[in-house]
Design a protein around this ligand. Structure first.
Ligand code: SAM
Length: 260
């Protein structure tokens, strides 16, 4: 196994639960439909692409085979995820175009102007210094290159509701949520042009409702896979996420920005 010292947030049991909920290979909700929505109108074919926070590599592989990228590099901070991703790429027969790299949080280990597209799905919520991170992404993009991604944003500023506080306490992930205007400002201040953001709260209301219905209907299957305690936690966490999406605190958002 590849080695690194980052504390695991997406361990094997957690990843198993998330895939049961969100589909084989996905560590974030929305599936192929959300990826399709993100990439609509953008040129992927023949491009050099970086997938930041590739998780289990399902989207990284998709960028190469379904979207015909010339090359795709997937990076992640968790060694076991990078290992799973490499196996997935091998099984898909795309290792001639796809590679993976274990990274530590911080400056991106790539030369200036390395990529035509930087893709990232539901990762930057983990990054404390977002403006610094966007600046670094701008650096590794070629002129004319595009940053496209989705991230978990929040409504409002500061205290939102008791439910929001309870959800943030319940999830064991190091979420650092910004709102839409803060994100727009961070992208523009970092130097990106033609910044556009698309709030997907409505889409995720539907997704999380399906998720909670699945848990209610087939909870025994999840218990069999990950045990009672973890499954109970999953159920609490999904129900709480449904509340924070429905009340408008959690707002998964797509963004597209260009390096001119
Ligand atoms: C919610 S998961 C999304 C994974 C994948 N993009 C997907 O949609 O299935 C977030 C991923 O970001 C990774 N991650 C967190 N901080 C990171 C960082 N600074 N650089 C790269 N990856 C990071 C995590 O290990 C995890 O795999």
């Amino acid at each position: 196994m590849t080695s690194a010292s980052t504390k695991s947030q997406y361990n094997e049991t957690f990843a198993e639960a998330l895939q049961w909920l969100w589909g084989e290979g996905y560590l974030a909700p929305g599936g192929a439909e959300d990826v399709e929505a993100l990439l609509t109108g953008l040129e992927v074919e023949g491009r050099d692409v970086l997938d930041i926070g590739c998780g289990l590599g399902v989207i990284t592989v998709m960028l190469a085979d379904k979207y015909a990228a010339k090359s795709v590099v997937g990076i992640d901070v968790e060694p076991h995820l990078v290992d799973h991703s490499a196996k997935r790429a091998e099984a898909a027969g795309v290792l001639d175009r796809v590679s993976f790299k274990l990274v530590t949080p911080g400056p991106l280990p790539f030369a200036d102007a390395s990529f035509d597209m930087v893709f990232t799905k539901d990762v930057i919520v983990h990054v404390p210094n977002k403006e610094g991170f966007y600046k670094d992404i701008l650096r590794i993009l070629k002129p004319g290159g595009v940053l496209v991604g989705s991230d978990w944003l929040r409504g409002g500023e500061g205290y939102f509701s008791e439910t929001a506080d309870r959800w943030l306490e319940l999830v064991h992930l190091d979420f650092q949520l910004k709102n839409l205007e803060q994100t727009r400002t961070a992208l523009q201040t970092a130097g990106f042009s033609k910044v556009s953001l698309n709030d997907r709260n409505e889409f995720h209301r539907g997704e999380v409702a399906k998720e909670v219905a699945l848990l209610d209907e087939k909870f025994d299957q999840l218990v069999e896979r990950i045990g009672q305690e973890q499954a109970d936690y999953r159920l609490r966490s999904s129900r709480m996420r449904q509340k924070v999406i429905d009340e408008g605190f959690l707002r998964p958002t797509h963004f597209v920005s260009f390096k001119l």
